[in-house]
Write a protein that binds this ligand. Sequence first.
Ligand code: AMP
Length: 357
Amino acid sequence: MPTVWVLGAGQLGAMLKQAAYPLALRVEPVEPESEQLPAIKDGDIITVEREQWPDTAVTRHMSQQSGFMNADIFGKIADRFHQKTMLDTLGINTAPWRSVEVDTQAESLHAALGPDVLLKRREGGYDGKGQFWLYQNQGLDVPSDWLGTGIAEKKIPFNEELSLVGARDKDGNKVFYPLTLNLHRNGILMASLAPLARVDHLQGKAESMLGKIMDAADYVGVMAMECFRVGEELIVNELAPRVHNSGHWTQAGACVSQFEMHLRAVSSLPIKAPEVRGQSVMINVIGVERETNWLKIPSTQCYWYGKDVRPGRKLGHININHPKKSAVQTALNELRHLLPENYGDVFDWVKEELAKL
Ligand code: AMP
C-alpha cells in the first residue's frame, strides 16, 4: 500500500493516523517547519489537514509531488475571494459579499450589503479570527489595514448553523453524513449535535449543494460545508476541503468516521454511505486543563490533543454517543460538573436542542 503523507501535524493529522490502523495504511503527518524532507516514493499520496501552510522546504517539496491530491482546489478555497467567486459561479447560495479593495469606502459597503457588514480577511482567518464588524450606526470607516485584504459580507440573520460533511472518490461516487447542528462562540465551534430528524428534509438540498461543489472541483476526499439555515434556505458560510471539527462526532456515531472515509477516498479504497448509530454530541475542550475524571463518564470518548493549554485554544474534544437520548443527557450532566462554569451556556444549548429531537 502507498503511504499517505499528511501536510500538517496537528490533531487532524493525528486522528487520520489513528483511523488508518484498521485499513493497515501507513499515514505520516508532516510538520511544515520540519528540517527533514519526507521520503515520498512514487505512488504515495499527499493529503492536507490544514487550510493554509507556510512556504517552507517541506511544503514546497510535498506540493510538487504528483501524488498531491486536489492540488488546484486549496488556493481557491483558502482565499475567500476565490471561494465566494466559485460559489457564485456554481449558483450556490452564499452571503452576499463585496471585495474590499484599496479604495473601498464603508458607505458603498453599507449601500450594497446593509447596516451591519462583516469584514473577513481573504486569507488566514479561522475560528472567528480575522473578522471585523462594520456597523453603520457607529459611523466607522473601513480600517486601513483591511483595505485590499478582505471581503465584506452581509449579516445573515440565521436561525442556526448546520454543516454537512461528505466524501467523493476518484470515480465521482459521493457519500454524506447527516446534517450536523453546530454552536459557535466568538467564532469557535463549541458543540455539535447529530443526527437531527427535524432537518432531514434539508438533507437532499445540502447534499446536492456540496455534491455540485465537489464535482466541479473534481475533488477527492472529505469536504465540509458550513451553512446558515434561514427558514428553509441553506446559505453556505464556508467550505473546508479536509476533515472538519464538526465531523468529529462521526468517530463515535458512524460506522466509518470522517477520518477513515477521507483515507479510503484518497487511497482509492471503497467509500460507503456511513450508517449512523444513536445520538451523538461533541463538546470541544477549549482552553481548559485536562481532567482525568472525564474518562469515567459513560458513553463518552475523550480526545486530548497534547497541546499546551492556552485560552481560546482547541485542546481536545469529547464525543458522547448512545442510542437513548436520556443516556446522552445523563453523560452531559456529569460532564457539566467537570468543565468550567463558562461552559454553562453550551450545556444549556445542547440540553435544549436534545429536548427538541
Ligand atoms: P467563519 O470564520 O466564517 O466560520 O465565521 C465564524 C462565525 O461568525 C460563524 O460561525 C458565524 O457564527 C459568524 N458569521 C460568519 N459570517 C457571518 C455572516 N455573514 N453573518 C452573520 N454571522 C456570521
